[in-house]
Design a protein around this ligand. Sequence first.
Ligand code: LLP
Length: 416
Amino acid sequence: MREFNYKNGTLCCGDISLTEVVKEYPTPVYLYSYDAIMWHFRKIQEAFKEVDPLICFSMKSNSNLSICKALVNAGAGLDIVSGGELYKALKVGCSPKKIVYASVGKTEEEVKIAVGKGILFFNVESLPELIMIDTIAGRLKKKVKVALRINPDVKADTHDYITTGTKEKKFGIDFKTAEDIFDNPNKYPHVLLKGIHVHIGSQITDTAPFSTCIRKILDFVDNSNIEIEWLNLGGGFGIVYGDEKAATAEEFAKAIVPLVKNRSLKLILEPGRFIMGNSGILVSKVIYVKIGSTGKKFAIVDAGMNDLLRPSLYNAYHKILPIVERQSKKEKYDIVGPICESGDYFALDRELPELIAGEYIAVMSAGAYGFTMASNYNSRPRPAELLAANGEIRVIRSAETYRDLIRGEKILKEMK
Ligand code: LLP
């Protein structure tokens, strides 16, 4: 992981030792590296520069205001999926002309607000949604730009829950329906059918599914009477979590750019994980080391599945590193959290140097879909988020307090 390496025996973020960080900030805590974020963003920019895409960072991967602001300042647009993400996107000063809005379930209220703000376009996921957007645009006396999200029926080798481009999934519109829509624009007088959107899944480490998908989409465009201005290729570029191989930005570009460069199409990419995944970690403290009745060792840490859900939900692999490096004999541990569920783990049967109560570990590659998927389950306040930039650590979201846990809740009068 860029920027997160052992130096003189302790894990560091840039030049900042995590042993210092944990003295100042209680765990669990997320820590991101500004340099790593920018490095990953620029990698994509550089690799695809021949086609100069609008890179709309996918806020669902990490919607912290400072992080979105840093990316917007660097020239990114934003990919949003809810009224809440639109609110945050505007808060960081992203031009609405650089906001694209996907989601199979946009509500009327959300659409109304987004139309009012004049976003670049909606990635429309169904015919009823298109009709709804058309009706609202009509009411507001606007012409609204849309891209049809096509479900290309292309399988990517990733976890089923994050596969989105196969025909049995809820996402996107099939080719036949899309053709009917493009052939009958007069049925939707208040929308401008400006583009096509695809997103076939996430954590795709191979370039082939992207090429297959783009070929299918371009064949569709070439064999029908469609004129589009924008082609939005979605997100999905995978990263290295463990020992797997993942294509680099250059390799993704090498597979994609030749297919699209000679067309007069403006391109959009919606990377989330590629930018943030390996730009952040979750730091946690070992509270106890417990030996189960079978002899199994459990390292019980102060972070739980409420803080980082990926291992529990997708059986996802995250590297775990003690923040003080040591050479002791390796032993197998289940690294588990304090939550009352057996699925509350970060690693099972993981070989690690001996872990000692009171020491700190880092769950690596936790910058994407970490904090954004955190919850208050078991009435646990969500952790703070820190950003390392210019050799300094700063808080970009305070840890929640017990007071935050009851915000908005009421004890009914008759119960008092
Ligand atoms: N665009 C659309 C329309 C998406 O649905 C997504 C992710 C992205 C872009 C960004 O994809 P990325 O570049 O990050 O792969 N919680 C899961 C990942 C869910 C991804 C959902 N959609 C995880 O932790 O693996």
